[in-house]
Design a protein around this ligand. Sequence first.
Ligand code: PEP
Ligand code: MG
Length: 750
Amino acid sequence: MADGLESESRKLLGRLRDTMAEQAAGQERLDKITHLTADSMGTEVCSIYLFRDTETLELCATQGLNPEAVHETRMKLGEGLVGRVARTGKTVNAADAPSAPGFRYMPETGEEIYSSFLGVPIQRLGEKLGVLVVQSKQAREFSADEVYALEVVAMVLAEMTELGAFVGEGAALSARHTQPVMLRGSTGQEGTAMGSVWLHEPRVVVTNLVADDPEKERERLRKAVDDLRISVDQMLAGANSDGEEVQVLEAYRMFANSKGWMRRMEEDIDRGLSAEAAVEKEQSQARARMSQVADAYLRERLHDLDDLSNRLLRILTGQGRETGSDMPGDPILIARNIGPGELLEYGRSLKGIVLEEGSVGSHAAIVARALAIPLVIHANRITNEALNGDHIMVDGDQGIVHLRPDDTVATAFRDKMAMQAEAQERYASIRDTACVTKDGQRIELHMNAGLMADLPSLESSGAEGVGLFRTELQFLVRNQMPRRTELANIYARVLDAAKGKRVVFRTLDIGSDKVLPYMKPQDEPNPALGWRAIRVGLDKPGVLRMQLQALIRAANGRPLSIMFPFVAEDSEFADARAEMDKVLAREERLGHPVPSRLEVGAMLETPSLAFASKRFFSEVEFLSIGGNDLKQFFYAADRENERVRRRYDTLNASFLNFLEGIVGRCTVSGTRLSFCGEDAGRPVEALCLAAIGFRTLSMRPASIGPVKSILMKTDLGEVRKALHAARDLGEQNMRGVVMEHLRNNGWAVT
Ligand code: PEP
Ligand code: MG
């Protein structure tokens, strides 16, 4: 790079910094920047276009174009050359702009006399803020150095925007991070919460963008990168050698030692940026690429670089080291994504969680569900929009987030929460009452669990037992395989907490969406139909045996209920049962007390098992319907796929008929039957399940109150009659039928 240009660039940045330091209104600052930039770049025109809303750009300041056009000229994203820069996030460098593809002439600006055009995006950490343009009469292409210089100015502009430098009387921009924002995501866990933002990874705010002494900044950067390398090496030394974590850390190490990365940052410093501004410039560009790269592997690597840049920024600024003790009293956790272990560390102190990524079946979602913390996933931009301490309302039912809500929204939200709290009080008043319907049918309500954190809910929800203990959660939240004694201790504590109530332990249900971090991932074309649950248990019985031993030891002579997940045919159950018998005999030989009563059952999660032999139905001691999986296979609609997972209704006549058939078979064989999928916890669904003959339902603890409340006020026989009458008439939509029935019986349902 030419020395002259370098010092010119430093001079310009120095002036920009002074502009920033001066007491001036936002508009005045913008005007000054266009003036300084045009002057320094030797162009007749410099203009700043900023986003008015996500689709519209506005000319906010100019040197050289008609001043009357400021705040008047607007264009849509993608419109004209400016719109093209904004849409693609890429620089446009045209010697003869009017003949460049996409050029659109804005007569009010008087730009027709300018031939060459250089436009660069103003963006901060992947967020598009606007476009910075220089134009000149002379038809020439700008040199790489000039492009680079303008990019540096754009970066400083982006940072200044972030710091609120352009806010004020008659200003171009309203203050960032002060306006109410509503974000629409998806439900990860139902429930509502309000509180204050707590960023899992607080954003680092860079205030010293420009530096006078490049040598000093280079030294600061070098020292910080050294520290970063040491910390990555330390993390690597402590990581499990064959875990996925090592792969990520290896990628970190590669970036931390990357000469290209370092060189680019040093060049930025030579241009006049501070060390932290240089890191952030590279990070912003990586983020911009991230949104354009389709290849999943490459995107992951860009993510790694992003994480690494954050670490480096924290080292340089000393920011972002808040500890749990700084957390507000009503924290709503905001993160791009979070692992189950990290989430468990926060535990129940969180009022709500909002993730930019995540999925319904992710481990974090499983943990949030277990802890009954409202969770919204796919809340795009939340980590860019939210600042620590911002007021926030989370509607997990609708998948909506209100950040810095205005009074009207806040009041409506509070009313909704108050109504929910009232309902909770009503549920608490029936907590210790057995669930008997209006026509005298006794329905047992159990809870689903999987973490130690669930256990207090046994008391508080009024559950009659644990109908499904998902043992895989204990495996998922660790970064190495738990040992037998560790598991035995956990299971013993579960049984202690249950105080004699029945607990049904489901053996390890991994595979499909539940991938253990320390097991070799299987590259399967269709994991939901793949090597999972009991299939893994039977093919590699070591872990299954270890788990069965742990369960027997935990029971220590007490009654024990065990069920095998995802049994698709008689023989799988017979084989699993045989494993159980072998383990039992061995434990007995070793002198361990055997359970006073051992019940062994299966989950019915594939349609095939509904058609199993009579012998199977009489041999299996109990069956529990895993409705989440059963429904996905019944309708061939992936439960993880947002596009199809809500497409088919549980209350469609075909599915209810199918379930009723299973109830019939269990009645004939005298097999104890329950339903433990998510639908059991939805009041209207639960009502229909009870109406077609289910007498045991297992659900999330928070659902027990609402389900019990509706069941106790309903005549099940009447609902059953209504369903059967409609079915005989060929009606498919049983939801409509039951809703109508409820309305006719005085329920205010919509
Ligand atoms: C189910 O499939 O309904 C079930 C309860 O199991 P999981 O959701 O853990 O797969
Ligand atoms: Mg299942």
